[in-house]
Design a binder for this molecule. Sequence first.
Ligand code: AMP
Ligand code: MG
Length: 341
Amino acid sequence: MIRVLVPLAFEDAQPGLIAEVHTVRGETMGTTWQVKWVHESRQPVDEAFIRRAIEAELCLVVDQMSTWKKDSVLSSFNEAAPSSLVSIPDALADVLEASFWLADVSGGAFNPAAGAVVNLWGFGPAPRYTDSGFYPPDVDEVQHAMQRTNWESLGFNRVGKQLFQPGGVWLDLSAIAKGYAVDRVAQKMIDMGFCHVMVEVGGEFRGHGMRPGGLPWWLELEVPPCVPGSTVALVNHLALHGVAVATSGDYRRVYVHDGLYCCHSVDPRTGQPITNGVASVSVVHKYCMWADGWATALMVLGVGQGIVLAERHGIAALFVERLPEGGLKETMTLAMRNMAQ
Ligand code: AMP
Ligand code: MG
């Protein structure tokens, strides 16, 4: 059965009569991106120009926020000497501000400074869990790494745009930077005069306007894989109309060690990969950065604490839990139910 999710507000722009959809694609941040837009003018479209504009936005995010790129601003911070102050450029400052806020409200379930622990479990740049000889950490290693995850020790100065490195704190913005990149690209397209546009970076989406003919950019939300033959959750189709959506899942980067299912969502409060039974969380928000960050935070919090926090902040979230018998169970917050038709 298909459930349709439709945002409550409608955008003004009507698609033109002479209109065709163009698509450009590429790779970034270890994943793929695509941008679709409706070209309404009689002028020929300069796809190369648009591609360059998109790639410039993506490069800016990578240059500032990647832990994979050794000379990114984030990597420089992570390698900075103890007790040093690091200058933070505008885009990174915006993402850090959002990340620290999410860390505060989620009680550290979302933690941009959890990189030391994330890396130990093999989900950082190196060593990867896929590397030969990789071994998950023991209790002492986890305890040691957890001492390097205190985001409150970083004294972020938003006005002076400086961040304090107490020593050994490893920032990891992988849970939010992709969403931020989607927002930057969407805004760039709008600034270039395209009001009917759909942007994706690695499974995080934002859409505006509509396709020629007046239909929205429909998106089928990911359904987590479950035991064959068991109940499959409803298929949800979201109208990407003035909204963004991000999904965190327990099935993307995983391995099993000694019977322990290790997924890339780590609970910084325990130092362990999550075991709360949540298979995925999708969040719909005006901004993809917030959808991305919230999806990770709620994934770690689990259905119990996650629903309470999401309801308190009016967040539209869809939780999918794994049932012991192998099926999947959905729970939606009020804001998500309000979009359901
Ligand atoms: P996402 O797919 O957006 O949920 O992001 C997952 C990525 O975020 C992981 O690969 C880690 O790099 C990072 N991460 C994992 N757990 C957390 C957490 N609790 N808080 C912040 N970032 C995390
Ligand atoms: Mg995320």
